[in-house]
Design a protein around this ligand. Structure first.
Ligand code: DHK
Length: 145
């Protein structure tokens, strides 16, 4: 039995109505339902969203202390939050996977989105596949071996 923390940063609580041409028309409840349906037996999906950097960092500590893999969409924090980067580094240092995901492909968008301060401490990065970015990440963190 394990829990996968699926952590979402600022403005992702507005999925469904926020720029559907970029982020699609599904909301976080739809995403949670998809991941829950995909989850292998014994894997619980714990999906959360916050606009608060400190809360997000606290959840990452929780993953480290509990031994939970992390799927992280840092949203705009991706591009400038060294505090979040330092917290994310604790996950990989603890031997746990942390997959950075993005719904869109930031590299195909504005220049400020081309930099991720998180990628260097992530186990891997998946971007540009809509909600399938998360589904691919779930496969990556739950596959045996
Ligand atoms: C989501 C955001 O909110 C943006 O700030 C990032 C990311 C891209 C996404 O594609 O999921 O630049």
């Amino acid at each position: 039995m394990t829990t996968v923390l699926v952590l979402n940063g600022p403005n992702l609580g507005r999925l469904g109505s926020r720029e559907p041409d970029v982020y699609g028309s599904g909301d976080l409840d739809d995403l949670c339902a998809l991941l829950t349906a995909d989850a292998p037996d014994g894997v619980t999906i714990d999906l959360r969203q916050t606009n608060d950097e400190a809360e997000l960092i606290g959840w990452i500590y929780e993953a480290v202390d509990s031994g939970f893999p992390v799927i992280l969409n840092p949203a705009a924090f991706t591009h400038y939050s060294y505090a979040l980067r330092d917290a994310a580094a604790l996950v990989s240092k603890a031997g746990l996977p942390l997959v950075e995901v993005h719904i869109s492909n930031p590299h195909a968008r504005e220049t400020f989105r081309h930099t991720s301060v998180i990628s260097g401490v992530a186990t891997g990065v998946i971007a540009g596949f809509g909600f399938d970015s998360y589904r691919l990440a779930l496969t990556a963190v739950t596959r045996a071996g």
